[in-house]
Structure formats: structure tokens, C-alpha cells
Ligand binder design. Structure first.
Ligand code: M6R
Length: 603
């Protein structure tokens, strides 16, 4: 989604802003721009292409103060006029905005009546004009009055030509951090944008303000009282933001999966004792009667995987909800329930809104988050970190592996506390989890096996991904991966359900990818395979099982053997690679697929 970076110091602002914007690219955007103040006037450059296309013009901008933005269009098409920064009609104020102003129509009407004119279709353009309306020589006060009028979400970076040494920043329901350096200070919507320059961050609270100059950072409450903020350091590695020799971040991140699982094991398992290090009160676990898992996209698919484990091992009924539905459902939550939220970014708007709802009702919840100090992290008392490191590619890969591994351990932990499953079986499962990294390595060592399959599927308009039991949930994630980066339509179906309608679409040459990891369901799966084969489908089987009978007619990818409850953690990997190679063969922008954003910070 949109990204913000701001700088004030003694270096050339445009260079730092371009660098920061490039580091925000992965969040997804369709236009970009920046503004500096030079010789008492605002200079603005914008582009509806990639950041590189901005570089030349930006290079001509002098000035040691500036704000930059990547826009992911919501109100108004992708155009130069709609790109940020937006400038007030009098040319005095420049603003970059993340979020959505819900009452912009009324505000615009009011401003039009007062004689203001507008050049864009955006909701954001009302902001610099409101500030201009209220400005009486003090930028902070004008920003406060303007934001008092705003309904909606925002993170704002603001400059004024009459106060050319300061940036003002504020936010509501959209993240914004302040970075402190030596003789230079920064703002950003994402730590990663400025991590190269500082590792001293303050996280701005909703409706509070920061006033930033070269040598000073001051914070103010909603009522403009002076506020104290402490600065924190992150343990994020700036190298995570590099491709380290890989052609794409996505490929690099897939190759990090064995290490990601290893880190989870180290963090949550006492290897010698076979016990776990979760700090969740035992009595809280014992009294859980129903679990809700709430998340979006890939994180939600990890939740579906976990549903199978919690139900089978801990014997707790689980409802998995898409966060954008859960938040408007008036869910029936009782004190005996527990909610698990899952998010890589910790900034997904719908998941955060669902969390706020659950928190408000005082229902116990756990958050599974990758990004430390994200909003979800800070709103939660019980956080389990997935420790996958920065995930840059829009298509989530290593985060899914981290989420599923962590959830598998958590389900085993619940089962141990509840004594709901055979102890030796649980031990075996833990031992199998410890062997996952080497099995993942083996799959990655055979990466080239994905290439002929990618060639075979490349021209497809639509592919079916099917499975029974937990293989269906795996199919959902595999299909999402294919859709988002290769733009090939993929439909995931519970295999047994196909004949209730969708089989009408199977004809000669339709490609059907079958996940088969459950010995108990194999006979049924095979019957379903025969049904689609009889209608002309070309069948590909992905399995962790050995010696399957009667499969000579099909392309079959046999993965390292693993406990069937852990199979999805392995079996997704070749499908991630398949999607990756198809997207590369189609010459698509693998890391930044069209229309998508890394973290979806608006509804
Ligand atoms: O940051 P989150 O895990 O909350 O993000 C949730 C989804 O937006 C995300 O998983 C999305 O579906 C990915 N693009 C999938 O690859």
C-alpha cells in the first residue's frame, strides 16, 4: 500500500527520499513523488512509473528537507495529478498521506465554498488546503485544527514553505515512525525505509504529533501538550532488504525457508527436553472451549492448516474467519473462547480491526506476528513471533512456512496441556518437526524439477488445485500463489466437492493439480482422479507418500516422506517454486505483482 518517507538534515533530501522510496517499493504502489523546499519554494516531482523514473527529475531538486510517497490508488485513477505529495492551492503546504479520509466529500465541498480549487480526484488533497485554511503562522497548530476535521485513517508528513526547517507528522490508524539520527531526522511509514540511516525509532501514537527539525524531535499530545516518547532499537537486519545474489526477493525468501523453520524450533522448543517454551498460562489453555483464528490471505490459509491440527490433536473446535468478514459479523464470542490472530506484517487493517473488537470484549487472544513493533505486536499482550526476518516479496512464502510450523508446535503444546492426544504420538510429531529443515533443503536442492512443470502449465488460462482434508487448505494457498504472481486463474476445490458442479468445467486438457498426502484418504482421492481423468483432465500429483498404486498415467512429484500432519509445510514449497518460475517465464514483475500491496493497510 502507500508509503511515506521524510527527511530533514544537511544532506541532499531528494537522494535520501529516493533511496527510502525504493525500500518501500515492495509494499506495492502505482505512482510516486517527492517534494523538497528550495529557496523558499516547494519543488515537486511525480511519476506514474517506477521510482527509477523519478530519479532524474529528483536529482535536480536541491534542499535538505523533503517528503516522498508511493501511492496505491484508492480515490482516483493512477495519474500525475493524483500522485502525492499534494500541495495546497496557495503553494505553501505539501502533504503526503497514507490512509483514507472518509469525510473528504463534505470537507471538499466546504473548501470549494470558501474559494479553494482542486486539481486531483483524491481524498488527500483536502488536507493541505485545510491546513492552509487554518494556518496563522504556526504549522503545528494548523495541522492539529485540520486533523480535528478528518474522519478516517491517516499517516501524514507535512511541510510548509514559511517554516522551511521543520516537518510535522501525525497519524490515526495508519503506522508512522520517527527516526532519530546525528544532525538529521526522519519519518517513515515503515522502519525499513530508513533503517539504513538510523536504528533509533519512536512509534507515533494515534492523533499525536511530531515536529522534526535537523537537530531536534518534539512530540505533542492530541491537545498539543508536550509528550514524552522513548526511542527503541530494532533487531531487524538491513541485509534482509537485499536480494543477496538471487534474481528476486521471492526466490531468496523461498530459499530461506529451512533456516526459518530452524529459527522457530530454536525459539520455541527445548530440544533436549522435547518440551516447549510458550508462555501461555496452562489454566487459560485448559479452559478454552472454542478457538477462532482470524487473518487474511496466506495468513488465513495458515490458520486453516492449524484448524486441522488443533481439532485433531487438542480436540478444540476451531472456526477460521477471514478478518474482513469477522469484523462486521458481530461474532458470538464467549469468555471460554480464545482467538488467534495471524499476520506477517502486523499492519493488515482488517485483522487489526478484528483484534480491536476482540480486545474490547475482553476475550483472550494470541497474536502470531512476524514484524516486531508492528501495530499488532504493540496492541497484543500475548505475541508469538514467527522470526522469519523481513519478507519483501509481495507473495508470502517464508512467512507461511513460519506460521504453519509455529502453529503446529502450538497445537502440540495445547494437546500436551489438555492431555488430549497420545503422548508418544506427540513426541514423534515434535521429532518430525525437527527434521523439517533438512527435508526442505532437499526440496530446494531439486528446484529445477519445477521448471518442466512450469513450461507445461505456462499457457493455461485456468488450473484446478484439489485435495481432500488438509490438502484442500494447502490447495487454497497454492492457488493463491499462482494467481497473485502469474495472473493465471487457479481454483482450489475440496476434491470430493468437484462433482457437485465444478466438474462441468473439466474437459480435454484441463490441468488438475492433486495434493495427496493422506494415506487414509488416498483411495477416495484416486477415485476423484479417475473422475476428472475420464473427462480429459491432465493430472499432476504432488505427494509425500511412497509407492502409490495405479498412478502410471499421471505426472507425479514425490516429496520427502513426512508425518501427514506436517505435509503441507513441505508440499507448498514446490508449488511456490512453480508459481515463481511461471511468473519468470512470463516476464512478470515477480516481487511486485500488479494491483497488490505487501501489507493491506486499508479496508
Ligand atoms: O501481513 P499479513 O499476513 O496480515 O497479510 C495478509 C495478506 O494480505 C497476505 O498474506 C497476502 O494474501 C499475500 N499477498 C499472500 O501472498
Amino acid at each position: 500500500m502507500c508509503g511515506i518517507v521524510g527527511y530533514v538534515g544537511s544532506k541532499k533530501a531528494s537522494e535520501i527520499l529516493i533511496d527510502g522510496l525504493k525500500r518501500l517499493e515492495y509494499r506495492g504502489y502505482d505512482s510516486c513523488g517527492l517534494a523538497t523546499i528550495t529557496d523558499g519554494s516547494l519543488k515537486v516531482v511525480k511519476s506514474i512509473n517506477r521510482i527509477e523514473s523519478l530519479e532524474n527529475d529528483a536529482n535536480h531538486l536541491e534542499g535538505c528537507i523533503g517528503i516522498g510517497h508511493t501511492r496505491w490508488a484508492t480515490h482516483g485513477e493512477v495519474s500525475i495529478e493524483n500522485a502525492h505529495p499534494h500541495v495546497s492551492q496557495d503553494g505553501k503546504f505539501a502533504v503526503v498521506h497514507n490512509g483514507i479520509i472518509e469525510n473528504y466529500t463534505e470537507l471538499k465541498k466546504m473548501l470549494l465554498e470558501k474559494g479553494f480549487t482542486f486539481y486531483s480526484e483524491t481524498d488527500s488533497e483536502v488536507i493541505p488546503n485545510l491546513i492552509s485554511l487554518y494556518y496563522e503562522g504556526n504549522l503545528l497548530k494548523a495541522v492539529k485544527r485540520a486533523t480535528d476535521d478528518l474522519i478516517g485513517s491517516y499517516a501524514l508528513g507535512i511541510m510548509c514553505v514559511e517554516q522551511p526547517d521543520v516537518l510535522v507528522a501525525t497519524k490515526n490508524n495508519s503506522p508512522l515512525v520517527v527516526g532519530k539520527g546525528e544532525g538529521e531526522n526522519f519519518i517513515a511509514s515503515d522502519f525499513g525505509a530508513i533503517l539504513k540511516y538510523t536504528n533509533d525509532f519512536a512509534i507515533l501514537e494515534d492523533r499525536e504529533f511530531a515536529v522534526i527539525s535537523k537537530d531536534e524531535v518534539s512530540f505533542y499530545t492530541k491537545g498539543l501538550e508536550s509528550a514524552f516518547y522513548s526511542f527503541i532499537k530494532l533487531d531487524t537486519n538491513v541485509d534482509d532488504m537485499e536480494k543477496s545474489g538471487f534474481a528476486h526477493y521471492m526466490l531468496k525468501e523461498i530459499h530461506e525457508e529451512p533456516n526459518t523453520v530452524q529459527k522457530i524450533i530454536k525459539e520455541y522448543l527445548h530440544s533436549s527436553k522435547g518440551s516447549m517454551k510458550f508462555q501461555i498460562e496452562k489454566h487459560d489453555i485448559k479452559k478454552v472451549e472454542h478457538l477462532y483464528i482470524v487473518a487474511c490471505g496466506t495468513a488465513m490459509h495458515a490458520g486453516l492448516y492449524a484448524k486441522c491440527l488443533f481439532e485433531k490433536l487438542a480436540r478444540i473446535p476451531v472456526t477460521v474467519e477471514v478478518a474482513s468478514e469477522f469484523r462486521y459479523q458481530n461474532p458470538i464470542l464467549r469468555k471460554e473462547d480464545m482467538v488467534i490472530f495471524i499476520s506477517q506484517s502486523g499492519e493488515t487493517a482488517d485483522t487489526l480491526a478484528s483484534l480491536a473488537l476482540v480486545k474490547d470484549k475482553n476475550i483472550p487472544f494470541i497474536s502470531i506476528v512476524n514484524v516486531k513493533e508492528s501495530t499488532m505486536d504493540r496492541l497484543s499482550d500475548n505475541v508469538l513471533y514467527t522470526k522469519a526476518g523481513t519478507e519483501v516479496a509481495v507473495a508470502s512464502t517464508k512467512a507461511y512456512i513460519a506460521q504453519t510450523t509455529l502453529l503446529a508446535l502450538l497445537a502440540i503444546y495445547f494437546a500436551t496441556i489438555k492431555k488430549s492426544y497420545d503422548e508418544d504420538e506427540l513426541k514423534t510429531l515434535v521429532e518430525e518437526i525437527e527434521m523439517l529443515p533438512s527435508k526442505l533443503e532437499r526440496i530446494l536442492d531439486n528446484e529445477e524439477k519445477a521448471i518442466p512443470y512450469a513450461q507445461m502449465l505456462l499457457q493455461d488460462q485456468s488450473i484446478y488445485y484439489v485435495g481432500r482434508g488438509m490438502d484442500y487448505y494447502l490447495a487454497l494457498e497454492a492457488a493463491l500463489k499462482l494467481k497473485e504472481i502469474s495472473y493465471i486463474h487457479a481454483e482450489a476445490m475440496p476434491f470430493g466437492e468437484l462433482k457437485h458442479g465444478t466438474i462441468a468445467l473439466i474437459e480435454k486438457g484441463t490441468d488438475v493439480v492433486v495434493f495427496a498426502n493422506s494415506p487414509a484418504l488416498w483411495e477416495k482421492t484416486l477415485s476423484n482422479i479417475k473422475e476428472v481423468e475420464a473427462r480429459g483432465a491432465r493430472v499432476f500429483i504432488v505427494t509425500t507418500m511412497r509407492d502409490l498404486q495405479d498412478v502410471e498415467n499421471y505426472d507425479i512429484l514425490v516429496l520427502p516422506e513426512v508425518h501427514e500432519l506436517l505435509a503441507p509445510i513441505l508440499a507448498i514449497v514446490p508449488l511456490q517454486l512453480l508459481s515463481y518460475h511461471i511468473a519468470c517465464m512470463k516476464n512478470l514483475d515477480v516481487d511486485k505483482p500488479r494491483n497488490l500491496a505487501k501489507s493491506v493497510t486499508v479496508e
